[in-house]
Design a protein around this ligand. Sequence first.
Ligand code: FAD
Length: 322
Amino acid sequence: MVDEKPQEDVLDCLVAGGGPAGLTAALYASRSGMTTLVLEGKTTVSQITVTDIIENYPGVPQAGGFEFHDRIRTQALGFGARASAEDVQSLKKTTLENGLEAWEVVTGDNSYRALSVIIASGARWRSLGVPGEEKFLGRGVSYCATCDGPFYRGRSVAVVGGGDTAIQEALFLTKFADKVTVIHRRERLRAAAILQERAFANPKIDFYWNGVIEGIEGDDFVKGVKVRNLGENGEITTLPLDGVFIFIGLDPQTEFVKGVVNLDDGGYIITDSSMRTSQRGIFAAGDCIAKSLRQVVTACGDGATAAHEASLHVDDLKGRSY
Ligand SMILES: Cc1cc2nc3c(=O)[nH]c(=O)nc-3n(C[C@H](O)[C@H](O)[C@H](O)COP(=O)(O)OP(=O)(O)OC[C@H]3O[C@@H](n4cnc5c(N)ncnc54)[C@H](O)[C@@H]3O)c2cc1C
C-alpha cells in the first residue's frame, strides 16, 4: 500500500557519472521538476575534459573539451540539479517506508535513496603505458579517429592494434592522412576478414608486424615512435610520424553494477532504445552502454532519453502518470 506522503530524503533521480551523458540527464531531469543529484566521480574524470578541441557537436563549430563540459554542467545546475564528487560503489533495491520501490546507492562517503537511477559512468580507453603517451595526449596521441582524424590531413600516422576497431579506424584515417602505418604485436591481424581485405588493398596503409611501441617522442607535438621488433633481432627503430592512434581496447566503467543490471560480454550495460536496463528504475546512458558510436552527441542524446524515461517511471511510481 503506497502512502501519499512524499519522502523528503528520497531523490527522484540520482545520476552516476558527470560526463556529457550524466550532465545532460541531470539537465533534463531537473528541468522536468525531479529532485536530481549527479555523482560526478571522485577518482576519475569525464573523457571530454581531457579532449583538446571538439568540432563535431552540431551547432558548436569549435570548443575546448573542458569548457564544453563546464557549460553543460552550469546549465544542469541552473535548473536545480545538485552535484557531488563521489564514486558510486554499489546499488541495491529497497522499499521505502511509504511502500514505494526505490534504489539505495552507496558511495565511499554517503548512502542515498532514489526512485530512479541513471548510470552514465563512461568507458576508458586502454593505454599503452609507455613514455610520452600521457605527455602528448591531444598533441599527437589519440584514442579516437572520429574525433581527431580530420586534424591529420596530409600527415603520416600510426594505428596501434590489430582488432576490428584498429583496422576500421585505420581505414577511416586514410580519408585524411597520406600514410597510415598499422603497428601490431603479432604477425597477423585479429580483425574480421573483410576489414583485413580492405586494409591490405588500401595503398595508404602499410604494416609493421611484431612491433611494440616503447616510447612516443616529439617536442610540442609527436614527431615519432620508438618500436621494438619482437622477432629474432629485437631491434628498436624510430618511425617518424605526426600522430599515434591507440586502439588496444576500451573498458566500460561498470564494475559497480555487475550483478545488478545485465551487461554484454564486453561489460557494457544492455539497454533498450528507451535507455531502460534489465532493472526497473535503472536507466543507462553514454559510453558505458552497448552501442555502436561513442561520441559526445550520442552521449547527450542517450542522457536526455534516459532522463525522460526516468521521469515517466517516477510519475508512474507516484501515481501521477498520464
Ligand atoms: C582524447 C579524446 C578525444 C575525444 N574527442 C571527441 C570529439 O572530438 N568529439 C566527440 O564527440 N567525442 C570525443 N571523444 C569521446 C567523448 O569524450 C565521449 O564519447 C564522451 O565523453 C562520453 O560521455 P559519457 O558521459 O558517456 O562518459 P564520460 O565523459 O567518460 O564521463 C563518465 C563520467 O562518469 C564518472 N564515473 C565513472 N565511474 C563512476 C562511478 N563509479 N561513480 C560515479 N561516477 C563515475 C566519471 O568520473 C565521469 O564523470 C573523445 C574522447 C577522448 C578520450
